[in-house]
Design a protein around this ligand. Structure first.
Ligand code: GDP
Length: 392
């Protein structure tokens, strides 16, 4: 699936930068173009892989290139003023070849939190392609205002994108680790999972049984319907046939190195369970998801049909959903088998509830209601994420 990536704010820019680095390192090809937008000049300078001419400062007259602090409304105003100019910076990207846009932002900060919904809306107005969001939720150790911004931005962004993928910093922190020190590691975890998903369907492999290979329409159909999505992933390293570390006969798919059928099947079903019951990008009750997509990746001879079918059935039971898509992502040169599951339209998300409660408490105890408006947060109290109030 081919994507145009837009990173807004510091987290957004860094994550997009990491996508480009990962795509290059792993010789994948699913990014049609990438831009980074920020109100802080220094954050744009920190990037390494987003081309210089695709790093765009906005709101310069008012923010003077120094950012907006945690003021999301200021960021939203600046993005609205400069929206056309920002969208024009996509002119030299062949957007017609892309399947979708992905707008990436940290929801707890200022620039990304405030500007991402504005830009998603603008993209939706101009292009007919789906616009997806990728939002990062703040860690518990971060200030109250991050929780407040995240809840507000979440609520707005989910209404302006075709689907909102979420990654929770808090869930992925190790004990004793500080979130700012962990950002790079977290970005690695996040980008690896999303790259497996989005790169699926971009395979041109001779050893492939064409009808079982996933294509971009399956990803789009799984994300269609809006709401929030989360991703699970697990892999197992394949045995090597000698000490040099080469994977078993996978380089040329030679028949004398065919794996044992039961072992191939078990590796896939075990990975599927771990992907579903292990750590998700956003923890949630998967039985509340409306749709799921199961991508099984690995050398073609390890992609056991039985294993893939059993995993699909197991996930169908686990999610209590009839809408489970699945397919192969054959990688001849891979040394592992992995299962990646996209759970779409999830509604039971305790982490959002925690953030909302924390933000509400902070609003109640805050003397400065301009900073933390209790009334606005109360609006979220009755709102579920069931997609019923979404535009699609
Ligand atoms: P902005 O530049 O004003 O949009 O603010 P940030 O993008 O820095 O947003 C702050 C939030 O994003 C906080 O919750 C940070 O922990 C988180 N954040 C900042 N940079 C990164 C990053 O590189 N990776 C991850 N995972 N989170 C980040």
């Amino acid at each position: 699936m081919r994507l145009v990536l837009l990173g807004i704010g510091q987290a957004g820019g860094k994550i997009v930068d990491r996508f480009l680095e990962y795509e290059r390192q792993t010789e994948q090809d699913f990014i049609e173009g990438a831009v980074a937008f920020n109100t802080a000049r220094a954050d744009l300078k920190e990037l390494s892989h987003v081309p210089e001419h695709h790093r765009q400062l906005f709101g310069e007259v008012d923010a003077k290139g120094h950012g907006v602090g945690a003021d999301t409304e200021f960021a939203a105003d600046l993005a609205e003023q400069d929206a056309q100019q920002l969208i024009r910076s996509l002119d030299d990207i062949p957007t017609s070849r892309a399947d979708a846009f992905l707008v990436v932002a940290g929801l707890g900060g200022g620039t990304g939190s405030g500007a991402a919904p504005v830009l998603a809306n603008e993209l939706d107005r101009i292009y007919e392609k789906p616009v997806y969001g990728l939002g990062v939720l703040p860690a518990s150790e971060e200030e109250d205002v991050f929780a407040y911004n995240a809840v507000r931005s979440f609520r707005t962004l989910v209404n302006h994108v075709d689907n909102l993928l979420l990654f929770d910093n808090d869930t992925w922190l190790k004990s004793g680790e500080e979130v700012t020190e962990a950002h790079d590691r977290l970005n690695g975890e996040l980008v690896r999972r999303l790259s497996v998903l989005f790169n699926a369907g971009e395979v041109t492999d001779e050893n492939v049984v064409a009808e079982s290979v996933i294509d971009s329409s399956e990803i789009i159909n799984t994300l269609r319907g809006g709401g929030v999505s989360t991703i699970g992933h697990a892999s197992s390293t394949l045995p090597t046939d000698d000490s040099s570390g080469f994977s078993l006969g996978n380089l040329f798919g030679s028949s004398d190195n065919e794996p044992d059928e039961i072992e191939a099947m078990n590796r896939i079903t075990t990975a599927a369970r771990k992907a579903t019951r292990g750590r998700l990008t956003l923890p949630c009750d998967v039985s509340s998801s409306q749709r799921a997509l199961v991508v099984t990746s690995g050398p073609p001879q390890w992609l056991s049909r039985k294993g893939i079918e059993q995993s699909r059935q197991w996930i169908e039971e686990e999610t209590e959903s009839m809408e489970i898509r699945g397919g192969d992502d054959p990688r001849s040169d891979s040394d592992r088998v992995s299962v990646t599951v996209l759970f779409a339209g999830v509604t039971d998300i305790p982490r959002i509830e925690q953030l909302r409660e924390r933000a509400l408490k902070a609003a109640e105890s805050s003397g400065d209601s301009d900073d933390l408006s209790e009334t606005e947060l109360d609006d979220f109290a009755d709102s579920s994420v069931d997609g019923s109030d979404l535009k699609r």
